[in-house]
Design a protein around this ligand. Sequence first.
Ligand SMILES: NC(=O)c1ccc[n+]([C@@H]2O[C@H](COP(=O)([O-])OP(=O)(O)OC[C@H]3O[C@@H](n4cnc5c(N)ncnc54)[C@H](O)[C@@H]3O)[C@@H](O)[C@H]2O)c1
Length: 351
Amino acid sequence: MAGRRIRIAIIGVGNCASAVIQGLYYYSTNPEKEGLWHPVVGGYRVSDIEIAAAVDIDARKVGKDVSEAVFSEPNTFEKYFAIPKTGVVVERGLLEDELNPYLASTVKPLKRDRGSIVEYLRENRVDIAVNMISSGLDKSSLAYAEAAREAGASFVNTTPTSIATSPVETEKFGERGLIVVGDDLMSQLGGTALHRGLVAFLKSRGVKPVKSYQLDVGGGLETLNTMYEDLRDFKKQVKTSSIVEEVEEGWEVVSGTTDYVDFLGNNRTTYLQFSAKGFMGGDFTINVSLRSNDGVNAGNIILDVVRAMAKAREDGLSGNVREISNYGFKKTLERKRIAEATIIFESKYCR
Ligand SMILES: NC(=O)c1ccc[n+]([C@@H]2O[C@H](COP(=O)([O-])OP(=O)(O)OC[C@H]3O[C@@H](n4cnc5c(N)ncnc54)[C@H](O)[C@@H]3O)[C@@H](O)[C@H]2O)c1
C-alpha cells in the first residue's frame, strides 16, 4: 500500500544514523537533488519515511531531540543539512554487553531494561527498527531484535552480529509475519563493494585474479571500536568472505580494517592491491586507493532497504527477504555476485 508512512526507530544515533536522518530530510524536501540512488523503492519515496523513535546509550545524546543528537559528540559525520526539530527525543537504550576498553573510554552508558524498550517501540507504532549500534555488542543487538519482534516491528541489522543469518532468529521473525534483513551493511562504494566490483571486471576481461588485499584506515567511533583485537579479526573474516563470493577457487584474499586515525573523522581510506594472470601467465598488478565517507556510504543503502521492506511486507513476505539482504549487506545466507544482487533488487523494487 504505497502512500502509507514507514515509521522507523533509530537504534544507535551514531554516524550512520546522522547520514540517514540528514538524507531523509534533505531528499524529502529536495527529491530532485543528485546523489539519491533510487528515488522510488517499492512505490515509496524518501518522504514516506518518518522517524518514530530513537535510542542510544551515550549520555551526550540521550534526552536531546534527534535533530540535535546527530550532531553531538562523538559523532563526526559532517553537518550537510540542518534538520528541523523532529519532536523525537533520544531515549535510553539497552545494553547487555560489557563495553570493550575502546568503547568504554569514550561512552559513559545510560541504559534501561528490555521490557520498557518493547513498550517504547510499541507505543510509537514502529514498523521497522534499524539497528545501527556499535559492532561487537552481540547480546545487545540480539536483545533489540527480540524487542522489535515483541513490539511487532521488522528489523534491519547493520551490525555484523548474526541475526538475519541466524536460522533461529529469522524463523522467529517469520512466525510473527515480520521481516529481518542483514547482516553487516555493505557500503554503497566502500572497500568491499569496490573490491568485489574490480574482481568481476577482471573476470569479464578474461583475466584471472590470483591474490588481492585490502587495507583500511579510518576515524570515528566505530573504527576505534574495531581496534579491539577480537572484533577486528571477526570483521576481517566477514569482509573477506563477502569478497570471496565473487570468485572461484585458487584465489587468495585478505581484507580488513587496519588502523584508526583520529583526524580522519568519519572518512576512510582504503588501499587495494590485485595480482592477476593473463595471456601466457603474464602478470597484472593493480593498485587502487579509495577515499570515502562511512556515513555517505550508508545513506542510500539504508533508505533503500527500509522502503523495500515495507513493500515486501505488503506483499506478504516475512522472515529474511533474501533479495534485500543480498543487495544491502555483506554477510548473507545466500551467495550472490554483487552485480546480480543489485539487478535482482532493482527489478523487484525499483521499476
Ligand atoms: N558505512 C557504514 O557506516 C557501515 C558499513 C558497514 C557496517 N556498519 C555498521 O553500522 C553500525 C553503526 O556504524 P556507525 O559508523 O554509525 O557507528 P557509530 O560508532 O558512529 O555509532 C554507533 C552508535 O550506537 C550507540 N550505541 C552503542 N551501543 C548501544 C546500545 N546498546 N544501544 C543503543 N545505542 C548504542 C553509540 O553510542 C553510537 O551513538 C556499526 O555496527 C557498523 O559496523 C556501518
